[in-house]
Design a protein around this ligand. Structure first.
Ligand code: UT7
Length: 328
């Protein structure tokens, strides 16, 4: 019995039109372009307009991915959406996207793994393809983080942005496609990066709103150190599982949280700067959307040559981290 290979056959991304620069942020909190650039490498980020939701960008990104894959939405068997900023606590954003696309045959659900959500989704998709439970799967990473950021907290508000990326994963044969996926979690550090409200622990009361405890909280310094370590570990796991060396890699597309984290990983791996894909300067940290947006940009820019060895590497709240190695 041949096991199908999971292949990415289409990519897409969608971003809000509104750009919020570091200079704009200087008008909102006590910060500076110089501080944000030197500590994060972020120059600007995109912010959703009124009437735009996570599903708005998820749907647009999905439509572009489906179009590139050359299939119809009705061909989709499954829709998986990584997000921590869903349209609603329920139903899932994936169900809203299913309706928007007219993907009437697809089962749909969300994955909550913070910034690793897209790679968790890709890992699930690979298993569905390999077990022949599905032939065409849409995997999305989509966020509107601007709605869960405390715009009075300079420690966090300059870091995040909104947007979505998507891929179609289809069953194929041959050597190209997803070679391996690795996913990890460590719940003992959940408090380092979390959104306290509003869930069953801190329900949506007036008191919660007044306390400001509804928004993202992060101990940036601790997260930084753990991110570098975990992403390096996940990268080595992916390469080791397939018998490759760092030198075999053609491109590393890491989660885009901070330019310094990306550079530190590149340095620790001994990977040349020219093999690191970076767009954090334009979008900030879009959590689960960052890798699929970057993948789509790299793809449409012609940076992913046929047979290129491509490594995706993520880290986020949970803690969660993950890697996916592909032959393009
Ligand atoms: O996506 C999931 C993963 N997330 C991440 O990977 C994020 C990881 N963490 C980071 O990227 C960095 O830790 C930050 C960018 C969040 C912070 O950089 P840092 O070099 O770790 O700075 P810090 O937290 O040690 O803060 C240094 C100082 C503090 O002042 P004091 O206490 O030393 O007087 C902050 O209050 O910088 C201050 N500060 C700011 N100053 C101007 C924090 N934010 C700002 C700001 N503008 N926006």
């Amino acid at each position: 019995m041949t096991i199908p290979r999971a292949k990415i056959t289409g990519t897409g991304s969608a971003l809000p039109a509104r750009v919020l620069t570091n200079y704009d942020l200087e008008q909102i909190v006590e910060t500076s372009d110089d501080w944000i650039m030197s500590r994060t490498g972020i120059k600007e980020r995109r912010i959703a307009a009124e009437g735009e939701y996570t599903s708005t960008f998820a749907t647009r990104a999905a439509q572009r991915a489906v179009e590139m894959a050359g299939i119809d939405a009705v061909d989709l068997d499954l829709i998986i959406c990584g997000t921590v900023t869903p349209d609603f606590p329920f139903p899932s954003t994936a169900c809203i996207v299913q309706q928007n696309l007219g993907a009437i045959r697809a089962a749909a659900f969300d994955v909550s793994a913070a910034c690793s959500g897209f790679l968790y989704g890709l890992s699930l998709a690979e298993k569905f393809i390999k077990t022949k439970a599905a032939s065409h799967i849409l995997v999305i990473g989509a966020e509107v983080l601007s709605r869960v950021v405390d715009w009075t907290d300079r420690n966090t508000c300059c870091l995040f942005g909104d947007g979505a990326g998507a891929v179609v994963v289809s069953a194929g044969t041959g050597p190209s496609g997803i070679l391996s996926t690795h996913i990890y979690s460590d719940g003992s550090h959940w408090e380092l990066l979390h959104q306290p409200g509003a869930g069953s622990r801190n329900p949506a009361t007036q008191q919660l709103l007044d306390s400001g405890r509804i928004f993202i909280r992060m101990q940036g310094n601790e997260v930084f150190k753990l991110a570098v370590r975990a992403m390096e570990e996940a990268a080595h796991a992916a390469l080791g599982a397939n018998g490759f060396m760092v030198a075999d890699l053609d491109i590393l597309i890491p989660h885009q949280a901070n330019r310094r984290i990306i550079d530190a990983i590149g340095k620790r791996l001994g990977l040349g700067e020219e093999k690191l894909f970076v767009n954090v300067q334009r979008y900030g940290n879009t959590s689960s959307a960052s890798i699929p947006i970057a993948l789509d940009e790299a793809n449409r820019a012609g940076l992913l040559e046929r047979d290129a060895l491509v490594l995706l590497d993520a880290f986020g709240g949970g803690l969660t981290w993950a890697s996916v190695l592909m032959r393009w």
